[in-house]
Ligand binder design. Structure first.
Ligand code: GDP
Length: 361
């Protein structure tokens, strides 16, 4: 499955956040015998539709979609020079599908900042500079060979042009992602085998003081620093406390700081979206479940997430949109109201489709 790597300078609250994430580990809750890797936190994507489906179908359990967060050893200035920890760090990032930067905004004088002062803007620059330098090194290693090759093989031309364009962006100090050269995009396709770090989607977690959680002016300022990447604001210590509480007490604590949901819930949802993922739903007396697919996936591809045989033997899918099903109150009523559609192989799945697949075995 796709993973989000958590990175950040030392002492910004990464471990605190990661501990809160692992306390919420849905694998541990739902699959007691699953092997859980120490540096991976598997978090459920909150989805209120599951409880509503369970109401309709009498489901015994709810299984949300999940996002995997990987704790990556702390970045240090000079990581791109590839010494010791630096190498391992870059290798770990290369394996992640998105990069979540934890940025310190909390002021606590008892917690030392590596650079002596709390400045989200400087910290973001420090981290991005390391990633940009690493990408430039990768490019400088391959570009001369590609240029030489393109003099003989004409079809290498577009690739050379793409690599040169990427180099220019990086030399300006911009990440490729921020300039629209995003993994999977047409522009990035030619760069694919270079495994550049800054083509990965970024998201930013600002670890803020509690009073900043509701400070819109402050939050807008930080958002502007990282756009087009998403920004999430949370207090890591508060998240760690929330993870220890039952639902009622957690709600009370959240309300006392003016927050609507735990920051981890927001993080899971935004992370899922940043990875380019969406869900479809299945329901029955056993379970109501959200399944993970890529945005734009077709019905057979969606079926394949449940079982490869479902994809191979796919005939059609009976699809009811969640809103229609909720309004009708049951599958039978949705059908008699003409809200159940039979979709074929070309159908592109929509968020909130409630699905039953028909297939040959
Ligand atoms: P890491 O080095 O990035 O993994 O940072 P840690 O999670 O170990 O946190 C470093 C220190 O900052 C610890 O003493 C934490 O208790 C403290 N810390 C983490 N998050 C917060 C926060 O939101 N507010 C305050 N005041 N301290 C925090």
């Amino acid at each position: 499955s796709l993973t989000i790597g958590i990175v950040g300078l030392p002492n910004v609250g990464k471990s605190t956040l990661f501990n809160a994430l692992t306390k919420n580990d849905v694998l541990a809750a739902n699959y007691p015998f699953a092997t859980i890797e120490p540096n991976v936190g598997v978090v459920g994507v909150p989805d209120p539709r599951l409880a509503q489906l369970a109401g309709i179908f009498g489901s015994q359990r709810l299984l949300p979609a999940t996002v995997d967060f990987v704790d990556i050893a702390g970045i240090v200035r000079g990581a791109s020079e590839g010494e010791g920890l630096g190498n391992k760090f870059l290798a770990n990032i290369r394996e992640s599908d998105a990069i979540c930067q934890v940025i310190r905004a909390f002021k606590d004088e008892n917690v030392v900042h590596v650079d002596g002062k709390v400045s989200p803007k400087d910290d973001i620059e420090t981290i991005n500079t390391e990633l940009i330098l690493a990408d430039l090194q990768t490019i400088e290693k391959v570009l001369p060979r590609l240029q030489k090759e393109s003099r003989i093989k004409k079809d290498v031309g577009p690739k050379v042009a793409a690599v040169e364009a990427a180099k220019e962006i990086l030399e300006r100090g911009d990440t490729l992602f921020s300039q629209g050269v995003l993994q999977g995009s047409e522009k990035a396709e030619l760069l694919h085998d270079l495994h550049l770090l800054t083509t990965k989607p970024f998201l930013y977690v600002f670890n803020v003081d509690e009073d900043e959680l509701t400070d819109d002016a402050f939050k807008d300022e930080q958002r502007a620093l990282v756009a087009p990447a998403e920004a999430i604001f949370l207090n890591a210590k508060l998240e760690a406390d929330l993870a220890e509480l039952d639902e009622e007490d957690a709600m009370e604590l959240l309300q006392s700081v003016g927050a609507e949901e735990p920051g981890l819930a927001t993080l899971a949802r935004v992370g899922f979206d940043t990875l380019g993922l969406q869900t479809y739903l299945t329901a029955g007396p056993k379970e109501s479940r959200a399944w993970t697919i890529k945005k734009g996936a077709t019905a057979p591809e969606a079926a394949g997430v449940i079982h490869t045989d479902f994809q191979k033997g796919f005939i059609k899918a009976e699809v009811i949109s969640f809103a229609d099903l909720l309004a009708a109150g049951s599958v039978a009523d949705a059908r008699s109201q003409g809200k159940a559609r039979m979709e074929g192989k070309e159908y592109v799945m929509q968020d909130g489709d409630v699905v039953e697949f028909r297939f040959n075995v």
